[in-house]
Write a protein that binds this ligand. Structure first.
Ligand SMILES: [Zn+2]
Length: 308
């Protein structure tokens, strides 16, 4: 079974939908880290959600979805680019016991200080352009509820999500009311009741059913009375964008004193990518080069400034 995202619309209505199933990509995320069951479920659901939201974006870039937690889980991150290439990771507190049935609130919002952040980072930014970022409280006790609330408040879009994940698959369904362009409302010929009706139909799906049924069967089973137009399916995949150069830049940001003191203590620096587990090593020579290059370019820049 190939990872697949299927977009569709209900004919003559202002409702669009998407179904996604992610197995291979999800297996690759899990192969890199062993997460407690409750954390795995949350991360798997975010993976499906990120692919679903990303497929509706009209820009070339990356969507980054983060939950900053104030409980046993400090951070959950999923990134998805315009080609539906995904990566995901979670950071847990030290030595925490996480019950298998822990819900979202217990994991990331135990004191009500958890935050949900969506960042849209365009690939070809204009000079000085910052990525767009929306930050809201973790409003809801499921990934679906948090995103539905975010979409309504920040984007003014009625969105409904049904998400499920276990060790094998992460699967999701999204319905969205199309934006009411120009404030003209749904034309008289259109099906004004479609939103309530399709949401009611989708709401009959059970969690178990979502985990055990492929998306084509789900679509037929839930919406067999509806006229649906489907688009070309797309295929999510795993991809990590880490490089040695990016790690080197991070070390430069830390600064020479910090890096030197770590080198004195450890002999060399070992850095593992949180997303893919790729291992990067920087010894004393590598680090000296890092800062030597920076000093040279600083010197050139300074010389340039003096000449002016
Ligand atoms: Zn990586």
């Amino acid at each position: 079974m190939m990872d697949t995202l299927q977009r569709f619309i209900f004919e003559n209505s202002a409702v669009r939908g998407e179904l996604v199933e992610i197995s291979d990509t999800w297996a690759q995320v899990q192969a890199r880290r062993d997460y407690p069951a409750a954390v795995r479920t949350l991360l798997g659901e975010m993976l499906a959600a990120a692919a679903l939201l990303s497929a509706n974006l009209k820009f070339n870039g990356m969507i980054v979805m983060q939950m900053h937690g104030d409980g046993p889980v400090k951070l959950l991150v999923v990134e998805c680019d315009s080609d539906l290439r995904l990566r995901a990771t979670a950071k847990l507190g030290h030595e925490v016991e996480i019950p298998d049935d822990a819900g979202l609130t217990q994991l990331v919002n135990i004191h009500g200080r958890g935050r949900f952040v969506i960042t849209l980072d365009p690939m070809d930014k204009m000079p000085g352009q910052q990525p767009y970022q929306g930050i809201v409280p973790l409003d809801g006790d499921s990934v679906a509820a948090v995103i539905e609330n975010y979409m309504l408040r920040s984007e003014q879009l009625d969105t409904k999500l049904w998400l499920a994940a276990d060790t094998r698959v992460s699967r999701g369904l999204l319905l969205q009311k199309l934006p009411n362009e120009g404030g003209l409302g749904v034309a008289a010929t259109e099906d004004a009741d479609a939103w309530d009706r399709t949401v009611a139909l989708a709401s009959t799906v059970r969690q178990e059913e979502l985990l055990s049924t492929d998306i084509n069967t789900l679509m037929r089973r839930l919406f067999w009375e509806e006229t649906i137009r489907i688009f070309e399916p797309r295929h999510p995949s795993f991809h990590c964008s880490c490089t040695r150069e990016k790690v080197a830049n991070m070390l430069k940001m830390l600064g020479k004193p910090e890096v030197d003191s770590a080198l004195d203590e450890l002999g060399k620096l070992s850095i593992n990518c949180d997303f893919c587990g790729q291992h990067y090593e920087f010894d004393k020579v590598d680090c000296a080069q890092l800062f030597a290059i920076e000093n040279t370019s600083d010197a050139i820049q300074q010389a340039g400034t003096i000449r002016h």
